[in-house]
Design a binder for this molecule. Structure first.
Ligand code: ADP
Ligand code: MG
Length: 488
């Protein structure tokens, strides 16, 4: 295995290490909000999903949504984290036009989920464990809309009160790639659990990215926080830009100041937004309208025992039981629909062979067509039948590629395509012999060279025979008969 060099930013005074910690806001998959019964559907008419609680009318009282609590606990279990049986909701006070209450209900010193971890699957097959600091439940705010009127702004409260899980990582990430892998893995886990749809383009997963730089082994530098980055690619770009900016700043005698920055995707740069407020600026205090949240340990145990098989366990099973490489296994489990597809193809068949077809040919064509696995025109049974046709010698591997493209384009079964196009492999030795005789007769000069010791020419003859048979001759028989004829 090749040694992977740690990521560093080269400065004029030497290399710098990047330190990254992530705060991800993940919208809880739930029909109703965290403290009200209002709906949460994406894309609804502005202000059509707002209850009196979400609009913060005087005298309204929040009532906790048990389902959202359940989703947070299931997520905590999926992150291998401590579930706190006692947690407290606090008010986080600040003014903003889209926050009618003047505070957000959140959790501060006593969150519902404590320390956990996420395992990253690196491309070289190794893995790295990133610490999770905590997960807490909080309300989302509304949205100010500035593009509807030349000199007015509007407020849409549909998001107000929607349940979010804020998932905070330890500052364990060390490169833009790791930051990307972290978000991908977190999203995979959330989707397996079904606690967040992970759709970053709809805002249901947003990342605040904390970045600092240091000399390798030195203590952590001052960090900047890049707010609300909404795609994995942007996160990676933002980290790379920000690390470079901080290194240049320090090497030019400047100092990094702790602040909140924004990523401008059109220019690929981060920009100062506001100097960082401290926790005490929010005047956190326990919300007097809500009792502390106490969980029954049996209820938590029940949730644990009914979690689905999660990506790490699935990956381990693919490696141990199916003999896949760790990296291939991690690619196949990244989406639970793809994993289910793969398992259906592999069932009762050569598991590695099936993995190559799913990861290589199927993913390749899906990618090219811009489709995800749920929209695949080739079902797992069809791909399975194609594999069977290869394995039982009906068609060669090369012809199978052609058949597969046809299946992908038409949705037809492989057997029908093979039949209609006459693609069956020729295993009739007499027929193969005739083709070989023609090739040998037509290339007398090459035959002579071969016989006088230029054995490399064997491949040429195989190629000619396959060509003449339109790829249908059984390669093993071609090899065998050719050898006999050429040495004769
Ligand atoms: P706050 O709540 O004020 O944003 P936290 O201490 O909770 O601050 O940290 C928030 C995030 O910043 C965490 O993900 C943490 O890992 C990360 N972080 C903390 N220190 C650093 C640092 N020196 N460099 C990069 N990230 C950091
Ligand atoms: Mg923060």
């Amino acid at each position: 295995m090749t040694e992977v060099k740690p990521y560093q930013v080269e400065g004029v005074t030497g290399g710098w290490e990047v330190v990254i910690g992530m705060e991800v806001h993940a919208q809880v998959l739930s029909q109703a909000k965290l403290f009200s019964g209002a709906a949460t559907a994406f894309g609804a008419e502005p202000n059509s999903q707002v209850s009196l609680v979400d609009a913060a009318m005087p005298g309204m009282l929040p009532v906790i949504n048990e389902y959202c609590v359940k989703q947070a606990v299931r997520t905590g279990l999926g992150l291998d984290a401590t579930i706190n049986h006692y947690s407290v909701f606090d008010r986080k006070n600040y003014f903003y036009p889209d926050l009618p209450a003047g505070y957000q209900i959140s959790q501060y010193t006593q969150p519902i989920v404590g320390k956990g971890k996420i395992v990253l699957d690196l491309p070289d097959g190794s893995s790295r464990t990133i610490g999770i600091t905590r997960l807490h439940l909080e309300q989302d705010a509304g949205k100010s809309v500035h593009d509807q009127h030349p000199d007015h702004s509007y407020v849409d409260l549909n998001r107000s009160g929607i349940a979010l899980m804020e998932i905070v990582s330890e500052p364990d990430l060390r490169s833009p790639e790791e930051a990307g892998l972290y978000l991908r893995k977190l999203r995979t886990i959330l989707r397996y659990i079904g606690s967040c749809d992970g759709n970053m383009d709809e805002g249901s997963m947003r990342a605040d990215v904390n970045v600092s730089v240091r000399r390798v082994g030195a203590k952590f530098g001052t960090r900047c926080e890049i707010k609300n980055v909404n795609s994995i690619r942007y996160v990676q770009q933002a980290v790379a830009y920000e690390a470079r900016r901080q290194v240049d700043l320090i090497e030019n005698g400047g100092k990094v100041v702790q602040e909140t920055r924004l990523f401008d995707a059109s220019k690929g740069v981060t920009r100062e937004m506001r100097s960082k407020e401290d926790a005490h600026d929010y005047r956190y205090f326990p919300d007097p309208d809500l009792l502390p949240l106490e969980l029954d340990p049996h209820w938590v145990e029940d949730l644990k025992s009914t979690l689905p098989e999660l990506p790490d366990a699935k990956k381990a099973r693919y490696v141990a039981d199916l003999g896949l490489s760790p990296y291939d296994a991690s690619v196949l489990v990244a989406e639970k629909e793809a994993a289910a597809y793969y398992e259906a193809v592999a069932k009762g068949r050569d598991a590695k062979f099936a993995a190559n077809w799913v990861m290589g040919d199927l993913f390749g064509l899906l990618n090219k067509a811009g489709l995800d696995i749920t929209k695949t025109p080739v079902g797992p049974d069809q791909l399975g039948s194609l594999i069977d046709l290869i394995k039982n010698g009906t068609i060669s591997g090369r012809i199978a590629k052609e058949v597969f493209e046809e299946m992908f384009a038409s949705g037809e079964d492989p057997a029908a395509i093979v039949e209609a196009k006459g693609l069956k492999q020729v295993t009739d030795t007499g027929a193969i012999e005739r083709v070989i005789d023609e090739v040998v007769a037509g290339n007398a000069d090459k035959v002579a060279e071969y016989r006088s010791g230029k054995e490399k020419l064997f491949g040429f003859f195989v190629g000619q025979v396959m060509k003449a048979s339109q790829g249908k001759a059984n390669p093993a028989l071609v090899n065998e008969i050719l050898k006999k004829k050429l040495t004769a």
